[in-house]
Write a protein that binds this ligand. Structure first.
Ligand code: 5GP
Ligand code: ZN
Length: 136
């Protein structure tokens, strides 16, 4: 896609700090890291989000993300990693070329997780039943 920043990174029109590349995927350092080593993994096919990405391409990305996570763990000596994906502006997605964040985490690093809310069991059951109905 001509006006996509990540397509331009994949093709080399925009520079990036490359970490990994194979036939289908490309991984590089996030320009504004949440923590040292924060990496992004993208598919070479342009898809905007999880909803328009074929399962096989998601599998390619996750496979590369695991390789990157292992390397980050070794290099940064992190205690864990967040592997996450924003889908849609409401979720915080800013670049609309599907990407997975791999973010090294250290115990007590102060990066606050999402706030959890209380939910009544009946509420979970009701919503769960409705969602299940769409997963057949
Ligand atoms: P999103 O919020 O869409 O899930 O995440 C987009 C990510 O891309 C952000 O973490 C942002 O720092 C990163 N990013 C945006 N533009 C560039 C760029 O030109 N180069 C690199 N390496 N990362 C970028
Ligand atoms: Zn793209």
């Amino acid at each position: 896609m001509t006006d996509c920043i990540f397509c331009k990174i994949i093709s080399g029109q925009i520079p990036s700090t490359k970490l990994y590349e194979d036939e289908m995927t490309y991984a590089f350092m996030d320009i504004a890291p949440v923590s040292p080593g924060h990496a992004l993994v993208v598919h070479k096919h342009h898809h905007s989000d999880i909803f328009d990405t074929p399962e096989r391409d998601l599998a390619d990305i996750m496979s590369a993300a695991k390789k990157v996570a292992i390397a980050l763990k070794t290099v940064t000596k992190c205690d864990g990693v967040n592997v996450s994906m924003n889908n849609g502006a409401a979720s915080g997605q800013v670049v609309f070329h599907l990407h997975v964040h791999v973010i090294p985490r250290k115990t007590g690093d102060g990066l606050a997780p999402w706030p959890h809310q209380k939910a009544a069991p009946e509420e979970l059951n009701m919503l769960g039943t409705e969602i299940r109905g769409h997963l057949k």
